[in-house]
Design a protein around this ligand. Sequence first.
Ligand SMILES: N[C@@H](CCC(=O)N[C@@H](CS)C(=O)NCC(=O)O)C(=O)O
Length: 302
Amino acid sequence: MSDIILHHYDPSPFAEKIRAIFGFKKLAWQSVNIPRMMPKPDLMPLTGGYRKTPVMQIGAHVYCDTQIIIRELEKRFPAPTLFPGGSAFLGWGVSFWTDKLLFSTAVALVFGTFGEQMPAEFVKDRAEYSGGNINIEKMKSLLPVSLQQFRAMMAWAEEGLDDGRSFLIGEAASLVDFDLYFNVWFAGRVPDVQTALKDFPKLSAWRERMADFGNGDRSELDAGEALDIAKADDVSAYKGKIDAKSGRSVGDDVTVMPNDTGRVPVSGSLVTLTDREIAIRHHDARVGEVILHFPRAGFLVS
Ligand SMILES: N[C@@H](CCC(=O)N[C@@H](CS)C(=O)NCC(=O)O)C(=O)O
């Protein structure tokens, strides 16, 4: 049985980024299905309040945000690498475009197209989550603009694939491909996007190649069992790393939260603070002690 547990829901695009990487790395994993919106009573004991999707759990180690999930997967399962030809800078950097600007264009397309059919409580949840930035009427009226912007960015990818290469930076898939893929996967549910993609044959063939990686070897796990697994793992001896220049020390009481959406502060005592990672030790009555890992870029410590 694999130690990797992914807390996610099937339609989640950021979860698809990770599921596709599981497929690429041919990993077995256990799936815990979580609600699409708050409350998430079986997730909160593990994350201390972090509410985004997906979250990866390995024992009592909990990885919040795809950036730190990917870093951990690459560390544990280096082959095949997500960074062929030393492309780490490109992969991480491109993800800040795909996960923010491109993703918000995809959200505008999906919500502008299907928003009126979405349950009111879901739209309300997402409005709170994004700091009030969900206006279905506006997204509907701006659909032609959003589609045009999405097309313009897809044209970059088509241009990048023009020389017949299989993946965006060469013959091997890299993080850059997974960065782009989950957005095409997400926006691809919009009929106007499906039509638009017909104008991008190289991108469409690339999309098929990406889909062929699959999602790895998935098995289902009950949420309560995942909490029991965390509880059974003793992380009391876990040691992290604090950069001397950070001015912080092991054991400092801190809160950590994303700097964009879902800005819920999570509290704990500091374990790791480097340019790549923040980790805190958090205590919860249901699971005991857990180590929460976050990426440094995009997160605030106070
Ligand atoms: N920066 C985060 C973004 C994750 C994200 O925005 N996920 C969406 C779902 S795909 C989300 O959390 N929505 C609210 C929710 O699921 O409660 C990451 O890379 O993991």
